[in-house]
Ligand binder design. Sequence first.
Ligand SMILES: Cc1cc2nc3c(=O)[nH]c(=O)nc-3n(C[C@H](O)[C@H](O)[C@H](O)COP(=O)(O)OP(=O)(O)OC[C@H]3O[C@@H](n4cnc5c(N)ncnc54)[C@H](O)[C@@H]3O)c2cc1C
Length: 265
Amino acid sequence: MHIVVCTKYTPDSEAKMSVDEEGNISWGDSPLIINPWDEYSVEEALLLRDQHGGTVTVLSVGPEAALEALKHAVAMGADEAVRVWDEACAGSDTLATSYVLAKAVEKMGDVDLVLCGKSTIDAQTWQTGVALATRLGWPSLMYTINLVELRSEERSITVERLLEEGRQVVEAPLPAVLGTTKGINEPRYTSFIGIRKAAQMEYPLWTLEDIGAEREKVGPQGSGVRWPEVFEPPAREGEAEIIEAETIEEKARILTEMLLAEKVI
Ligand SMILES: Cc1cc2nc3c(=O)[nH]c(=O)nc-3n(C[C@H](O)[C@H](O)[C@H](O)COP(=O)(O)OP(=O)(O)OC[C@H]3O[C@@H](n4cnc5c(N)ncnc54)[C@H](O)[C@@H]3O)c2cc1C
């Protein structure tokens, strides 16, 4: 089995975004981390490898900072890591990003399953996994909450998808693109040996030429979406009142009376 996990680096979830007058977005000096939703995909890939054998490759489209995400995945236990980047990719939307991801997966050639997270915590469009499946022409199994069975010899997979009002069991042939969601597993911590391996490993950088991607299909010229304006939402106005009382029960009673008086309850 060759399982590829797509992962993106994101600012830490505590980071505060700001936008300057030219519309440039900054996350300050927040540390860059693996997109937290991608940790579920890495974990699921490692579990599948333990069960079926094979290789887990993590793949990221991004500048040098994207190495942080790859290193984290290797420290969790991934075998290989590939970064794809070219300055022409800057300003890519999901249409262009999914194109680059698809070309990289095609270059790998022997891929049985691609795993994506449900979304990223910064741009969070939730589109990349579906777009990647569409580009590859493979089944798209998004919001998978339970991987029921992977039959490597039959080359098929059964998963449970999380819907708003229930769950749906779906079967598909391999290769496929699977989007994980919270609850599918409990991602492991990075190990000391894994961190050492991640620090010493070579991280191949593939250019657009390496993956056979056309320059006009990446970056702003390859994107369908423009950002005519980016701005911070107005600061929320409100007041806070701290309820002072001797006991928690007394505080709860006062709070209840206040909520009743305001007709909130
Ligand atoms: C006009 C425009 C300009 C932009 N310019 C830039 C820019 O200059 N620099 C920049 O960093 N972003 C830029 N973005 C944001 C960028 O398009 C998205 O971050 C990217 O396409 C992925 O979308 P998403 O973050 O919403 O991921 P989602 O679709 O929410 O993520 C789902 C899953 O897809 C996978 N995935 C997503 N992105 C990647 C990736 N890069 N590599 C590997 N796997 C991935 C992960 O598994 C993730 O969990 C721009 C967006 C627009 C619309």
